[in-house]
Design a protein around this ligand. Structure first.
Ligand code: NAI
Length: 337
């Protein structure tokens, strides 16, 4: 089967190629799927997408007109896909629900440690031969209260690491996880979580209930000097309100791997352009913020896992079967267009 792979980067192409060899023809582009680039998939039966690709209703409509009948997501999150539109047009969509939850949880911890222990600042000072420590004071995570929003696959991996640090664990999730409770996590209301946590880490999906879940009213409830970690989706946090809380000195810091307007920024080289996004410039220049460009998933193990499930999902579809990771229940008419 011929598949057009959008947003394909050098770090993942070898994994996909190896697994597709002898079965599928993959056509790669580094460019994102947009209304303008949709026509490039003409002549293919499926597209493989990442988080920055635009799979909104008009784009899906266009893909359908070019003969696309299957969308293989190379991500767990699917907030960038209009599933209802895909279903209406008979396009199946499958995701990669779990690859390496450790990759994302470990990155969240890396951001937390780097910000708290001022590692990037220390490195800069070291290069300048300034060995003073005055600006580098952090705090022990041991004994602190860590609030986890979303105790699913990634949230649980984060819970286990934080338990190892000796933190007190509290959590909020509409669906309680028994394993988390067995590890000592206590489920509380969101309000209680905001009020009691020294560190808050977000591991829930972006949807209509979680968009701007963290805005001014929630930020105002948080402990002074609390640290917020978001490795989930940018749209869960209102960046303007977050900046206000940081700039007024209410919030201690923010560790971010995602940003609500990341689509026009991340995964591309902007070295020769002036960034017009003032909000993002304020964010990355704040000394109490550490930002990475949606790289939490970027480990060899995760890339292997993503490629494996993506190709598996395509195999299922080609065989006329339903992948266990199919997100919409499209009636199967064999695998012909
Ligand atoms: P999961 O589905 O295993 O867990 C999500 C948990 O969030 C579930 O337990 C669910 O009940 C809970 N949840 C749903 N609505 C909630 C709400 N309103 N408040 C609190 N909890 C709620 O998903 P997984 O694999 O743990 O992934 C979580 C998120 O991480 C994904 O949706 C994705 O957005 C993000 N992600 C980020 C990556 C990155 O590279 N930065 C990579 C992979 C995932």
């Amino acid at each position: 089967m011929k598949i057009f792979v959008y947003s394909a980067h050098a770090y993942e192409i070898p994994f996909l190629q190896r697994l597709a060899e002898g079965k599928h023809e993959l056509v790669f582009t580094e460019k994102k799927l947009t209304l303008d680039t949709a026509q490039w998939a003409s002549g293919c039966e499926a597209v493989a997408l990442f988080t920055a690709d635009d799979a909104s209703a008009p784009v899906i409509q266009k893909l359908h007109a070019f003969g696309i009948r299957f969308i293989a997501l190379r991500s767990a999150g699917y907030d960038h896909v209009d599933l209802a539109k895909a279903e209406k047009l008979g396009i199946s969509v499958a995701n990669v629900p779990a690859y390496s939850p450790y990759a994302i949880a470990e990155h969240a911890v890396a951001l937390l440690l780097a910000l708290n222990r001022r590692i990037t600042e220390a490195q800069t000072l070291m290069r300048l031969q300034d060995f003073r420590l005055d600006t580098l004071v952090g705090f022990d995570i041991h004994g602190k209260t860590v609030g986890i929003i979303g105790t699913g696959t990634i949230g649980m991996a984060f819970v286990k690491i934080m338990k190892g640090f000796g933190a007190r664990l509290i959590g909020y999730d509409p669906v309680k996880n028994k394993e988390a409770e067995e590890l000592g996590l206590q489920y509380v209301s969101l309000d209680e979580l905001f009020k009691s946590s020294d560190i808050i880490s977000i591991h829930c999906p972006l949807n209509e209930h979680t968009r701007y879940l963290i805005s001014k009213p929630q930020l105002e409830k948080m402990k002074k000097n609390a640290i917020l970690i978001n490795t989930s989706r940018g749209g869960i946090v209102n960046t303007e309100d977050l900046l206000e809380a940081l700039e007024s000195g209410r919030l201690g810091g923010a560790c971010l791997d995602v940003y609500e307007k990341e689509k026009s920024l991340f995964f591309e080289d902007h070295r020769n352009s002036t960034l017009k996004d003032v909000l993002f410039t304020r964010l990355r220049s704040n000394k109490n913020v550490i930002v990475t460009g949606h790289q939490a998933f970027l480990t060899t193990e995760a890339l292997q896992g993503i490629a494996g499930t993506t190709i598996e999902n395509i195999d299922y579809w080609e065989d006329g079967q339903t992948s266990p990771h199919e997100l919409n229940k499209v009636a199967k008419v064999a695998n012909v267009n």
